[in-house]
Design a protein around this ligand. Sequence first.
Ligand SMILES: Nc1ncnc2c1ncn2[C@@H]1O[C@H](COP(=O)(O)OP(=O)(O)OP(=O)(O)O)[C@@H](O)[C@H]1O
Length: 263
Amino acid sequence: MTDDSEGLQTRHLVLSYGRRRVIEDVSLSVEPGRLTIILGPNGCGKSTLLRALAGQIRPDAGAVLLAGRPLRHIGARALARRVGFLPQAPLAPEGITVSALVRLGRHPHRGPLSAWSAADRAACDRALAATGMSGLSAAPLDALSGGQRQRAWIAMSLAQETPTLLLDEPTTYLDLAHQIDVLETLHAMTRQGRTVLAVLHDLQLAARYADRLILLHEGRLKAEGTPAEVLTAARVEDVFGLPVRLLDDPETGRPLPIPRRRA
Ligand SMILES: Nc1ncnc2c1ncn2[C@@H]1O[C@H](COP(=O)(O)OP(=O)(O)OP(=O)(O)O)[C@@H](O)[C@H]1O
């Protein structure tokens, strides 16, 4: 682990939209230098929690801490250099090309007058290569397929080179090979000391790639820990209403939840 590693924590976090409470008393730790995956059914509050961890939603109560310091004490620009965030449905300026989008990722690192540096260029090139998007860098974003567009956004968030990266369903729209590529890339980043937290829906890929899982249910923390600790058949059935069998993943020895047929 490098000095770049930063842990995120929540303490008794409560989040609402207006009067509607969505996250209820959640205390958790995102370990530095690890790949953590948030799981839970539709609408249970995963994106809301992630947005709060990125500093985009103010808690009603409780706190989010980055390296032990409350997020509200960290300025927006400093936070953007430390925590990257890729939302579920990001919006891009109309007509923007892939390379221009990826360059936007460097924005927090540059002063208002600072020139485009070799380090900026290298970070963008690395991000494009890691997502297999180098050959499409000149293409307008709105001329790409859903999966290519998703990879362009992932490239943008990789180009930020923040010590911590939060991604909301980064593998949506991707074919299986590209899903694996993205998860391998995120896993490799953690082995260089960076902290990655992603929301995913695929229990099997989550079990295979995550160092740690966070399982949410109806706005509450149901479990956190290693895949083997979190993914018990009884808990998966309770949270998702889905009976599963747990097999031993022949690749990793970790639990591999296999849904049972309902009939
Ligand atoms: N901007 C908003 N305003 C009001 N309510 C919202 C808003 N965003 C989400 N919600 C509500 O908050 C709850 C949690 O939503 P959230 O998007 O965090 O869930 P999620 O677990 O990420 O769901 P999914 O798996 O479907 O993406 C849902 O009931 C949703 O309707």
